[in-house]
Design a protein around this ligand. Structure first.
Ligand code: WTA
Length: 678
């Protein structure tokens, strides 16, 4: 039904929009895909600083077809720039020194501060000098494991300034996951903080970081130094921040931070003597900017590598058009910088545009469900970006906590991370946006660097739940299993023909995996791994992952990753994990475990296994259901039939053809063993 409802863009947004009509969008789109050099060349020249400009005729070089040799993408290779210079120095030099870059809003509503472009610039230069004093140089890899504080932005931009490659690990990951990423990414420095409050919960980040470095050491991988930001501990610094109000909960006395002399260094001690002057390192457009790990269907996370100029230009341009950014906007993205959404749409995209953003440390429902709208009212937020899981959570609390606050400043509401169901879309539009905002459902991935399928808020008529049309430079194609192109109405694999500036360049340390994962099944195309449907009006609807991935509250997990955490338990012989639809989280993990003979399936074991997954991956990955599976449905060649398990998890008895199954009697046993809850 939602296929037939059409919402026109907000007139308020449309009147001032960069793109005001579908005709204008069509013209720009046509140029972007037919003449990428011309389209992006103008943007590179107008919106960015290059020490040496892109070389005409060498603007784009690529091969997307594995059958024709190595897959590679190069945008503007040979041009010289610095991303940190573009997101900071440029604005400071152009009269935006005193413009607020971030309103920092702490976990506790009484704890807040702000930092201007000018002050952030000084902090970044200082920390870049600190990094140099620790012998970090161009090309070195730096792991960052931090809460959502200004120092996190300082750390990432200081890396960018000196040409070091940052690898940020989301602060909700466990020691095991952090260690795995530090080792695989060959990081030579770790930057963390003493601790953070998430809602009422105190998290000792330094302890988790120590645990990770201990695991690294056991695998003969030594990280010499850890820089620790004193965020909660005694005498928390106010780097670049105004004094917080007296009711602030910091400093926190219940936190103990273990410091090892010679290895651990306090951030504020190092910053005290650092100079405020640091020239940027001039880099090739194709030098790496950062890597960011994302789940892979084999279970081992992939280090997605993004490079300098293409990524910067794509993050900035998508930000400008998709949120229809204007200089007086106040923008707020609720994501964590530890994920790609935070990289592209908290740090790089908004800052490249010189935007003012809210940097939010807290939990959107703490201290109560009204927190988001309190913040929107406080800062007069005009562009807001969040995930469907939050919208669904807020729906539970009804309209009152929303309606009590002034949201008249809101103009564009964005959604990201998972398919948004029409009910949540309509709630976003009607209740949160008071029917006067444009909704942009943005489909993209860690790998794509920025938005790929999305409405533009000043021109695209939207349908609740549709990601609509491609962004500039993206050529979406639907294919069937065998690579036959589906024209017109239909459903299939969503793939992209030809590169856009933000596409990932490689999997760190494993280029064959890059080719295998994204370019082998459909040579000549980038495979997203998602399915999509094209309706009669040409609108695209993302249907979700086609591979063995689960999307829990917008966090992508591979089922193999969860399975390997489960089988590490001494009582588990085999495990199979499938996704199960979840009202709030979108999807959750439903786990089948086969125990080693002689062990009983008890509620203690269920608790143990859930906590094993928390320890191995992180709290957000905790399974929803663990079920006893004396046997698993397998093909004669021994392959687990997940299709059947998905049906059992959903209590759906219509599982179709089971003729390839080795022993179909296990199905009955599995239905009988379905737990009511655990
Ligand atoms: C899913 C997050 C439907 C999709 C930016 C994709 C979405 C994966 C949407 C990437 C959307 C993201 N509609 N599905 N608007 N946005 N996804 O790498 O399955 O954390 O492949 O990047 O999230 O997740 P990732």
């Amino acid at each position: 039904m939602s296929e037939d409802i059409l919402f026109q863009p907000s007139t308020e947004v449309q009147n001032v929009a960069h793109v005001k009509s579908m005709k204008q969008y069509d013209e720009m789109y046509k140029e972007s895909v037919e003449n990428p050099e011309q389209f992006w060349g103008k943007i590179a020249e107008k919106d960015f600083f290059f020490k040496s400009p892109p070389i005409s005729g060498k603007f784009l070089n690529y091969n997307f077809d594995v059958n024709k040799g190595k897959v590679f993408v190069e945008w503007m290779k040979g041009a010289v720039t610095n991303v940190c210079y573009n997101v900071l120095d440029r604005h400071v030099e152009n009269g935006k020194k005193d413009k607020v870059c971030f309103y920092w809003e702490g976990n506790d509503p009484d704890d807040y501060s702000e930092i201007t472009y000018g002050n952030l610039y000084k902090q970044v230069c200082k920390f870049a000098n600190v990094l140099k004093s620790l012998k970090i140089m161009k090309g070195d890899h730096v792991a960052i494991y931090m809460p959502m504080i200004v120092e996190l932005v300082v750390a990432m931009l200081a890396c960018a300034r000196i040409g070091a490659v940052h690898s940020i690990v989301f602060g909700g990951f466990s020691s095991d996951s952090l260690a795995e990423r530090i080792i695989d990414g060959k990081c030579c420095l770790l930057i963390t903080a003493d601790g953070v409050y998430r809602g009422k919960k105190l998290i000792n980040l330094k302890d988790i970081a120590d645990g990770a470095l201990k695991l690294c050491k056991e695998q003969n991988f030594n990280v010499k130094n850890t820089v620790v930001v004193r965020h909660l501990g005694p005498s928390a610094p106010l780097s670049g921040k105004k004094p917080t109000s007296p009711a602030a909960k910091r400093p926190c006395t219940s936190l103990t931070t273990n410091i090892t002399e010679g290895c651990d260094l306090w951030y504020d001690d190092l910053m005290a003597d650092a100079s405020e002057e640091c020239k940027p390192e001039w880099l090739d457009a194709e030098d790496p900017l950062f890597m960011l790990y994302t789940s892979g269907s084999t279970g081992k996370p992939k280090g997605v590598v993004h490079t300098q100029a293409g990524y910067m230009m794509y993050a900035a341009t998508t930000f400008k058009y998709v949120f229809d950014y204007h200089d007086d906007d106040i923008y707020w993205c609720t994501a964590d910088i530890g994920w790609i959404t935070g990289h592209s749409y908290i740090t790089y995209g908004p800052m490249a545009n010189g935007a003012t953003s809210v940097l939010f440390e807290g939990v959107p429902t703490y201290p109560g469900p009204e927190r988001c709208w309190q913040v929107v009212q406080k800062y007069k937020v005009s562009k807001f970006y969040t995930a469907p899981t939050l919208i669904r959570t807020l729906m539970k609390y009804g309209e009152d906590p929303i309606k009590r606050f002034d949201r008249s400043s809101l103009k564009v509401l964005g959604s990201v991370g998972e398919p948004i169901n029409p009910e949540a879309w309509l709630f976003y539009h009607k209740v949160i946006g008071d029917e006067k905002c444009s909704i942009v459902d943005t489909f993209w991935q860690t790998e794509t660097g920025g938005h790929t399928m999305t409405p533009l808020p000043g021109c695209t008529p939207t349908k609740p739940g549709a990601a609509t049309f491609p962004f500039f430079g993206i050529v979406p194609v639907l294919m069937d299993e065998k690579g036959k192109i589906i024209e017109g109405e239909g459903e299939g694999y969503l793939v992209f023909k030809q590169p856009w500036p933000g596409v990932m360049r490689t999997v760190y340390g494993n280029h064959p995996r890059y080719e295998q994962t994204y370019f082998t099944q459909f040579p000549g195309y980038y495979k997203t791994g998602d399915g999509a449907k094209r309706d009669k009006d040409g609108y695209m609807w993302i249907t979700g992952r086609i591979d063995d991935m689960v999307n829990v509250s917008g966090h992508l997990l591979s089922t193999a990753e969860v399975e390997s955490a489960l089988v590490e338990h001494e009582k588990v012989a085999e495990a199979a994990v499938v996704s199960l639809p979840h009202k709030i989280k979108g999807e959750s993990c439903y786990c089948f475990v086969t125990l080693i003979d002689g062990f009983d399936f008890t509620s203690e074991l269920v608790t143990d296994l859930k906590s094993a997954v928390r320890t191995k991956i992180g709290a957000f990955a905790q399974p929803e259901v663990i079920q006893n599976a004396p046997g698993l449905p397998k093909t004669r060649s021994g392959k687990i039939m997940r299709r059947i398990l998905r049906k059992i998890a959903r209590n759906d008895h219509d599982f179709g053809d089971v003729s390839t199954m080795a022993d179909s009697s296990v199905i009955e046993v599995l239905f009988a063993n379905r737990p009511t809850t655990n």
